[in-house]
Design a protein around this ligand. Structure first.
Ligand SMILES: [Zn+2]
Length: 69
């Protein structure tokens, strides 16, 4: 269920959702972590920036989720 959160790259509030299977796998590998359940992806058109539920800017630069088919 999408949840409205602030996105610092959009500089406004947008719906975000949790990551799905291949997206979680990608981020786990990228971060070298066993769990990435706290991450949310911005659903604004062409954004896909990642944040966590509590941290609007968990990385120094934007980290955008790739598309997985
Ligand atoms: Zn955004």
């Amino acid at each position: 269920m999408p949840k409205t959160e602030y996105c610092w790259t959009c500089d406004s509030d947008h719906p975000h959702r949790k990551l799905e299977g291949p997206e979680e796998s990608w981020l786990k590998e990228r971060l070298g972590r066993a769990s990435v359940h706290e991450f949310l992806v911005c659903l604004a058109p062409k954004c896909r920036n990642l944040r966590t539920g509590s941290n609007k800017k968990p990385f120094p630069d934007a980290m955008r989720l790739p598309h997985f088919d």
